[in-house]
Design a protein around this ligand. Structure first.
Ligand code: AMP
Length: 378
């Protein structure tokens, strides 16, 4: 199990979005063949893969057939039903394992795992009924945020709760789904640690990223984060502990809040590459995508060194509001790099691509990438 899967082998990826696309590109660069499995066609990942298999995640026969043709299966998103990873595991190596997916695809399970293993996390309560919601407000107070326990990302399925008078509305918005009520954290900043772990015990984390959100969606990430070296070490150690306890083989991202008093609270785990790690493609020795491939293939992990301060700005569908964005204007700055994900339809809030900029200092990198994005609308 710990012998390396060498270039030339085929890597199977479940999921076909932009993370799968960048993962596939990294795998191809290393000389692997790539097969994608998802329910859709002409997908961001499928466009660059050797094989784009189309099937439902619960179509056991199709999935088994796919698994038999690849040397290892990994994921580009965690909302693949755990049954799919069980089926795949009967036929090939699956990294990370289905149990990691199972824990991280449901917020209550994930938060309970963190709490039970002594990792600091936002105070939370399960909400399965209106009575439990009322009890949660008494226990954790207001303001708070009510999230759906499953299938939430980018702020989807989240409602801020300000007062008792909001309860009926936010409960109705859950639409019968199980919810998680979290105390509102008046944080100082948001950071993330992307880290990899291999079957033979190697571990490597990227420098801490700092994240700014707009409307609950990641807007800008920059590195290095503007936190003390001591806090950066604490965040990295926390991530190392989580990967170890979960038994991750592959890559995992830990999103954290830095509170006003300088404490770390884990907000969310993603058992995969992350939007905040996109700047690693242009600014680090090894990209997060290459690192995931190295980790799941049991190759030596690459250096995570940041070669220079860098910033990444997301390009949402909104950038197309005035027609085709002015790409040439954004790229007028030779230190700006453009990444587009091959999505045909630019919907509002949909992640279509990103820009990365490097500079001598982090503030300059942020300024550069934001100006480039503004020029898209010129
Ligand atoms: P999530 O989907 O849990 O990652 O949440 C998306 C974003 O909403 C986070 O990155 C935060 O900016 C914000 N958020 C989520 N939960 C909380 C919380 N308990 N307190 C404050 N802000 C939050």
């Amino acid at each position: 199990m710990n012998s390396p899967l060498l270039p030339g082998s085929t890597i199977g990826i479940l999921g076909s979005g932009q993370l799968g696309r960048m993962l596939a590109i990294a795998a191809k660069q290393l000389g692997y063949r790539v097969a994608i499995y998802s329910p859709e066609t002409n997908t961001p990942a499928g466009q660059v893969a050797d094989v784009e298999a189309v099937g439902d995640y619960l179509d056991e026969e199709r999935l088994a057939d796919f698994a038999q043709r690849v040397s290892v299966i990994t994921f580009e998103f965690e909302n693949v039903p755990s049954r799919a990873s069980e089926v795949a595991a009967q036929h090939t190596i699956v990294r990370p394992t289905g149990s990691v997916l199972h824990i991280t695809q449901e917020r209550l399970r994930e938060k309970a795992f963190l709490r039970d293993h002594g990792f600091p996390t936002t105070p939370f309560c399960a909400v399965k009924s209106y009575a439990e919601l009322r009890a949660a407000t008494r226990e954790l107070g207001l303001p708070a945020v009510l999230k759906t326990a499953s299938f939430g990302y980018d702020g989807k399925g989240q409602q801020k709760v300000y007062a008792q008078s909001d309860l009926e509305r936010v409960f109705a918005a859950l639409g019968g789904a199980v919810g998680i009520y979290e105390a509102w954290v008046d944080f100082e900043k948001e950071i993330s640690v992307v880290a990899a772990r291999t079957a033979d015990g190697q571990f490597a984390a990227y420098p801490v990223f700092e994240n700014r959100h707009a409307h609950h969606i990641l807007d800008v990430t920059f590195a290095p984060a503007t936190i003390s070296p001591q806090l950066a070490k604490e965040a990295t150690d926390l991530a190392a502990g989580i990967l170890e306890k979960l038994g991750v083989i592959g890559l995992l991202t830990v999103e954290m809040f830095v509170t006003k008093s300088g404490e770390l609270l884990v907000n969310e785990l993603a058992p995969r590459t992350h939007n905040s790690g996109h700047l690693t493609i242009d600014a680090c020795t090894t990209s997060q995508f290459e690192q995931q491939i190295r980790a799941v293939c049991c190759l030596p992990l690459g250096s995570t060194a940041l070669r220079h301060p860098a910033a990444m700005a997301n390009l949402l569908g909104d950038v197309w509001s005035k027609g085709e964005p002015n790409w040439a204007a954004a790229l007028r700055d030779p230190d700006v790099k453009l990444h587009l994900y091959g999505k045909a339809e630019a919907r509002k809030g949909r992640k279509m691509g990103h820009l990365t900029a490097g500079a001598l200092g982090v503030e300059a990198a942020i300024e550069r990438v934001i100006s480039a994005r503004e020029r898209l609308l010129s």
